[in-house]
Design a protein around this ligand. Structure first.
Ligand code: SAM
Length: 184
């Protein structure tokens, strides 16, 4: 789910509701050990985690919101906000809501009970309602979108600086710095 805020080598925590067993997806072509990642796997509801307030500087969710009712997605975003330090970043990868609205058969093939509710919603708006600033969504190919937002910090002038040096900007240096990848 996120990157903890302090320490030379920070930790990644991954939380899911998956009930059978927590598995590393086959698409990951390296093991956490090979990548020198310090991973902690947690089973639980992302709407209400047991992690302390302001304990992460990055929270991500991948392909989660099209599976939840919008009310749960909004509640997860509020939990992301609570978990982040001021200036911390949330990153949400999921189905492209614009495309899903335009192409009905695409929603139908996934057979997810809430996908049409997800499609008519707006992750941008949900993020804004949770209190995030600098919210923006970009298309990722045709079927996906990535939405990011920043938890505001008190000093208004430093917001732009934080945005530039934010976690997603460091995302490309994952291997080099051992920067943790958080996932819901
Ligand atoms: C489509 S899978 C995506 C899995 C993984 N994040 C990925 O990108 O491959 C959606 C996952 O979200 C989990 N999930 C659904 N609702 C959840 C919730 N409220 N809290 C935590 N996990 C949840 C499901 O158990 C499922 O494992």
């Amino acid at each position: 789910m996120n990157e903890k805020k302090s320490g030379a080598r920070s930790k990644q925590t991954l939380q899911t509701l998956q009930t059978r067993r927590i598995q590393i997806p086959r698409k990951i072509s390296f093991t956490p050990k090979q990548a020198s990642l310090d991973l902690e796997w947690v089973h639980g509801n992302a709407e209400e985690t047991s992690f302390p307030e302001a304990s992460f500087d990055l929270v991500t969710a991948s392909l989660l919101f099209h599976e939840t009712p919008p009310i749960a997605a909004k509640s997860i975003l509020r939990e992301c906000y609570r978990l982040l330090i001021p200036g911390g970043e949330v990153l949400i990868l999921d189905g492209n809501q614009k495309t899903l609205r335009q192409v009905d058969w695409l929603s139908d093939i996934f057979e997810e009970p809430y996908i049409k509710n997800y499609a008519v919603g707006s992750v941008d708006a949900w993020m804004g309602a949770a209190g995030f600033e600098a919210v923006q969504t970009e298309d990722w190919w045709w079927v996906h979108q990535i939405t990011k937002g920043i938890k505001p910090i008190a000093a208004r002038d430093s917001a732009a600086l934080v945005y530039q040096t934010s976690a997603s900007a460091r995302f490309e240096n994952l291997g080099a710095e051992g920067t943790p990848v958080p996932v819901f």
